[in-house]
Write a protein that binds this ligand. Structure first.
Ligand code: ACM
Length: 562
């Protein structure tokens, strides 16, 4: 191992030192000792590395005389951090907390070689680790990835596997986009029609919605509450918090198909095309009561501190045409009907607060009505993150210009369904949550920059295989951007060249062992292309020239609507 290749570790740790001397090799029975705080991390090590080898590993107390791997908590370390030392005689790991324990386990798995990511060993395989010292801690507290299971349903097993892969990259938040115009994916026992009607559509757009072509094939699926509890527990056992998203008051056409009275009453069906639906929730007491009940059930399943209320892309045309909505805006003393958007979201933020949770909202919901404790997910550009910080909100950066992983990976004609900006692995590696306007606002407040999140929207990712292609290896580059120490990164920089070398030299072999169908660095394999299916490429330089870091993408209210 050289200092440059850092043992091939991804994300690169703050410090890796090769110790020299014999490596650690253990076969037979291996006892992993730990204190009570770190027991779940020790269990993960035993299960993951145990499964990939022929070692009989078990968790035991530190006092056990035969301990070969020891995990202890140390208050001296930065939150989420760890220090580990591998010698021929044993492995010692000091962790700041349980999060640090999970991170250390992922480092040990990576050090154990690509085979550690297989589900079974085909031949006698000991635990083999190089003699090394690693000192490490995360740059950002929120290291998230969004998986859109609404546009295309992903079977539960695919979600569990996605959790494993996110954990492997030391991410700690899985944002599940559970509801949208094209499907409602979470069982709500008070309102069974949401899944009976809302969880499937009779056909799906082929490629961009602009061509108007439909495949004529029903698509659907949903998770029971027990499925979701399982996902939450599985994620927790790997150091991830799951944030559920129930998107309101727009992106609700699937809910309106089930309960038309939540809208303007006109019958509708689950949307078969992409783009932004004009069908929105009517801002009535009935809609609020309905969604408070939905959120109560959601909070019963998801135990994390945050619930995402969406709040993005809300066309106001239906409200402007509906006398009840206009009257509601007047009664509330709002200056414009469009302010019902902020008002509606604020009501549900308060409901969450009353039950000890915090709302996460997309940046369109930022405004004077948004309660200060709401966390803003800035997707339209760094300027929106800076605006939210300046208003005192905590912010997670999720700018589409950098970290929308459904966007095309190159400008090659054979990229499957090429949409959005070209975002290469090197571009994603160059993402800095503190770039652009945030560099001025910094993290000095009044709001705090919690971290960043990559988005895997699934309009054009209709299977877990397509999710693999879009997500990897770019998620590895994102992980390094949010975990590792700040550095000058991006195409042509030394740090990114070194990352690419670690990727090609070691990390892709780990993904291969895990069965990930990532995009090869040289381009798609023949069966990863989608000949003849039209995308909608966008040009980042053109859009930046037109809109700067405020962004000109996303959806805009048509002229004259407000
Ligand atoms: C979004 O991309 N509409 C959050």
């Amino acid at each position: 191992m050289t200092r440059r290749d850092a043992g091939g570790l991804v994300p690169v740790p703050h410090e890796v030192v090769a110790r020299g001397g014999e490596r650690f090799v253990a076969s037979g029975v291996v006892r992993v000792g730990c204190d009570d705080v770190l027991r779940p991390a020790a269990r993960l090590l035993v299960r993951s590395l145990g499964a990939a080898t022929t070692v009989d590993a078990c968790v035991t107390d530190l006092a056990d005389a035969d301990v070969r791997v020891a995990l202890t908590t140390s208050l001296a370390l930065a939150p989420g951090g760890y220090e580990l030392e591998v010698a021929a005689t044993g492995v010692t790991v000091r962790c700041a907390d349980l999060a640090g324990g999970y991170a250390a386990v992922q480092t040990l798995r990576q050090l154990a070689g690509p085979g550690a990511f297989r589900a079974a060993a085909a031949a006698p395989t000991p635990w083999t680790l190089p003699a090394v010292v690693v000192r490490d801690s995360p740059r950002f507290a929120w290291r998230g990835v969004l998986l859109d299971v609404a546009r295309h349903f992903m079977p539960k097993d695919a979600v569990l596997r996605f959790v494993d892969l996110a954990a492997m990259h030391k991410l700690n938040v899985l944002h599940l986009h559970l509801t949208d115009d094209q499907g409602w994916r979470v069982e709500i026992q008070s309102y069974p029609e949401l899944t009976r009607v809302g969880s499937w559509r009779h056909a799906t757009t082929v490629g961009t919605w602009r061509t108007g072509s439909l495949d004529g094939r029903p698509h659907g699926g949903f998770y029971t509450q027990d499925d979701l509890r399982e996902i939450v527990a599985y994620a927790a056992a790997r150091g991830l918090t799951v944030v559920p998203e129930i998107d309101v008051p727009g992106h609700v056409q699937a809910a309106l198909a089930a309960y038309p009275e939540l809208g303007d009453g006109s019958p509708t069906s689950v949307r078969t095309t992409w783009g932004v639906s004009t069908e929105v929730l009517t801002p009535s007491d009935e809609s609020l009561t309905f969604f408070r009940r939905v959120l109560d059930e959601v909070m019963d399943v998801f135990d994390g501190p945050w619930v995402c209320l969406g709040g993005d892309e809300v066309p106001t045309a239906r409200w402007r045409a509906d006398p009840r909505a206009v009257a509601r805006a007047e009664t509330l003393g709002l200056a414009d009907v469009g302010e019902l958007h902020g008002w509606f979201v604020a009501q549900l933020c308060e409901h969450l607060r009353g039950r000890g949770r915090r709302a996460l909202v997309w940046d369109e919901a930022l405004g004077p009505q948004l309660p200060r404790d709401a966390v803003v997910l800035a997707w339209r550009g760094p300027a929106h993150g800076a605006a939210a910080l300046a208003r005192g909100h905590d912010v997670v950066m999720a700018p589409e210009q950098f970290v929308y992983l459904d966007h095309r990976e190159s400008d090659r004609a054979d990229e499957p369904v090429p949409v959005g900006f070209v975002r290469t692995v090197q571009d994603v590696h160059g993402f800095d949550p503190l770039a652009g306007d945030l560099a001025q606002v910094g993290s000095s407040g009044p709001g705090r920059l919690l971290g960043a999140q990559a988005q895997v929207w699934s309009e054009h990712l209709d299977t877990p295989r397509r999710v693999d292609y879009a997500t990897f290896p770019r998620l590895a580059a994102f992980a390094e951007a949010v975990w590792s120490a700040p550095a000058e990164r991006g195409p042509g920089t030394v740090a990114t060249e070194q990352f690419m070398a670690r990727l090609a030299g070691t990390h892709l072999a780990r993904l291969d062992a895990a069965g990930v169908e990532y995009r090869p660095l040289e381009g798609p394999r023949p069966w990863q292309t989608r000949p003849g299916v039209a995308g909608f490429p966008r040009d980042l330089d053109e859009e930046l020239a037109a809109g700067g870091w405020t962004g000109v993408g996303g959806w805009h209210e048509p002229d004259g609507a407000s």
